[in-house]
Design a protein around this ligand. Structure first.
Ligand SMILES: Cc1cc2nc3c(=O)[nH]c(=O)nc-3n(C[C@H](O)[C@H](O)[C@H](O)COP(=O)(O)OP(=O)(O)OC[C@H]3O[C@@H](n4cnc5c(N)ncnc54)[C@H](O)[C@@H]3O)c2cc1C
Length: 452
């Protein structure tokens, strides 16, 4: 599949760069002016958008705050090593919850698309669905939905690619947020666990499912849906032996899957029912043993993948979501100063494989909206409200659908599972509608101009 050229306009789908996203290879004509696109708009956005700039010291900033910010600024000016991403996807980098310049996001994403196209083999062309005892259905993507595919991207590859496009020091890792408070017209003050303080004009809270910023904005805790997931990344130093195929295996109240993500790595997962998440297990051997126990006697290729997973590369996660009911959920932004994105705003269960994809979509839409807004609070507030309206229409139905799909596929009832295996999967499931939700038209992605 041809990779988009980083320096030219590309009308792409976010599926190109997203974890487990499906997309169609469909290209349209170049987008004309408007929608704030184009290099000029990106330049304008960078000049105007307040986000990502250092706090303007001396303007509307109380003395005490100025002093704290000056201290934080001195701290931050120290030269830092280039961003390091942890060695495997089970360990997440603790990143700053302040995002860099919105206008730059555009150039990141197109470069990331380009690099991940190169890194990830494009031929994920088949899907195989089984019960633990027999094959239910296998088909090629080209037969069922030409141009549609599922692309698995290792989290680490995505993070490293995103990080590599930023100037050294732009990301401050291990910057754990301790508290957040409004400082009137001066902005929002972020206090970090290590004592640093940052006065931000705009804060984008993309701090994940347990977001302290979402809590501060009045969001409820995400709801545990009664299922948990194991995830692992098997490693084959001499090359993994699998075909480019997405494998699903459906049991009663337990399902599993695996898919190659690179020449040497294979991602696998298990979803299983459990009344409550129980205590957190930190012992890596115990985690792997529990996962293997859940699928004892299941197909040998799945078990082989799991056994090829290094200790410590298995994680167990309770699955949660939060439905953003209109009129009940708090607004996604506050005062044109703080706005939520990704799981922090709309945690969803992974049954449609769309959480990370939606976080990336959020980033593009928010970047465009903020880049088009002026620096004053009213315009930023309007831009954030427009972002919320645009994104709500996508993320609310996806959150609901993911929750309902999860409830269906986790059924334990023997009769229901027999109907699923005998009728639904072999005769009714069609790939096109099955993956339609993954197609998001993200419009032309244009790189920001080179920094002077
Ligand atoms: C089992 C499972 C399978 C999944 N499969 C898929 C899939 O196939 N496709 C897909 O698209 N999505 C999938 N997802 C969902 C996906 O992982 C998330 O939706 C995605 O990671 C959300 O991205 P995010 O940037 O919003 O949050 P995160 O990826 O959680 O990132 C949040 C960041 O904020 C940081 N942070 C947290 N607290 C603080 C703090 N106090 N201060 C500073 N920083 C903080 C964290 O360290 C982290 O770096 C899956 C999820 C699960 C659980």
């Amino acid at each position: 599949m041809p990779a988009p050229r980083p320096r030219s306009g590309h009308r792409g789908r976010l599926g190109d760069a997203a974890v487990g996203a499906g997309h169609r290879h469909r290209r349209r004509g170049r987008r004309g002016a408007g929608h704030g696109g184009g290099a000029a708009a990106a330049r304008r956005g960078r000049r105007r958008a307040g986000a990502g700039r250092r706090p303007a010291r001396g303007r509307h900033v109380p003395d005490a705050v100025q002093e704290r910010v000056a201290r934080a600024g001195r701290h931050r000016r120290r030269r830092r090593a280039p961003p390091q991403v942890p060695p495997h996807p089970g360990v997440r980098p603790s990143s700053s919850c302040c995002v860099p310049l919105p206008a730059r996001c555009r150039s990141w994403i197109i470069l990331v698309c380009s690099e991940l196209h190169r890194e990830v083999p494009a031929g994920r062309r088949r899907m195989r669905m089984r019960s633990p005892g027999r094959d239910l259905r296998e088909f090629s993507f080209d037969e069922e939905a030409p141009g549609q595919e599922v692309r698995a991207v290792e989290r680490r590859a995505l993070l490293e690619t995103l990080a590599s496009k930023l100037p050294p020091g732009a990301i401050s890792f291990s910057s754990k947020l301790k508290s957040i408070s409004e400082q009137g017209r001066a902005g929002t003050l972020l206090e970090l666990e290590d004592g640093r303080q940052i006065l931000a004009k705009i804060v984008v809270g993309c701090d994940g499912v347990n977001s302290p910023i979402a809590r501060w904005m009045g969001f409820s805790e995400p709801r545990y849906v009664g299922h948990m997931a194991f995830r692992g990344l098997a490693e084959y130093a001499d090359g993994q032996p699998f075909e480019p195929k997405v494998n699903y295996i459906y049991g009663r109240g337990v399902r599993a899957g695996f898919v190659p993500v690179s020449a040497t790595k294979v991602y696998w997962f298990i979803c299983f029912n459990r009344q409550d998440p129980g205590p957190k297990i930190t012992d890596p051997t115990a985690l792997k043993t529990e996962a293997l126990e859940l699928v004892r006697g299941w197909p040998s290729d799945l078990l082989a993948v799991m056994r090829s997973t290094p200790e410590g590369a298995v994680v167990r996660t309770p699955l949660v979501d939060r439905w953003l009911w209109p009129g009940l959920a708090p607004a996604a932004s506050r005062g044109g100063r703080v706005v939520l994105a990704g799981d922090a705003w709309h945690p969803m269960t992974p049954n449609l494989g769309q959480g990370a994809c939606c976080a990336l979509e959020d980033a593009i839409v928010l970047a465009r909206r903020l880049a088009d807004a002026g620096a004053d609070g009213a315009q930023a507030a309007a831009a954030m409200r427009a972002y919320e309206a645009e994104r709500w229409a996508r993320v609310f139905p996806l959150t609901a659908r993911a929750g309902l799909v999860g409830a269906l596929v986790q059924w334990e009832n023997a009769a229901v599972c027999a109907a699923r295996d005998g009728v639904v999967i072999p005769r009714l499931v069609r790939l096109g509608p099955f993956l339609e939700h993954t197609n998001f038209e993200c419009d032309l992605l244009e790189p920001a101009p080179e920094s002077p």
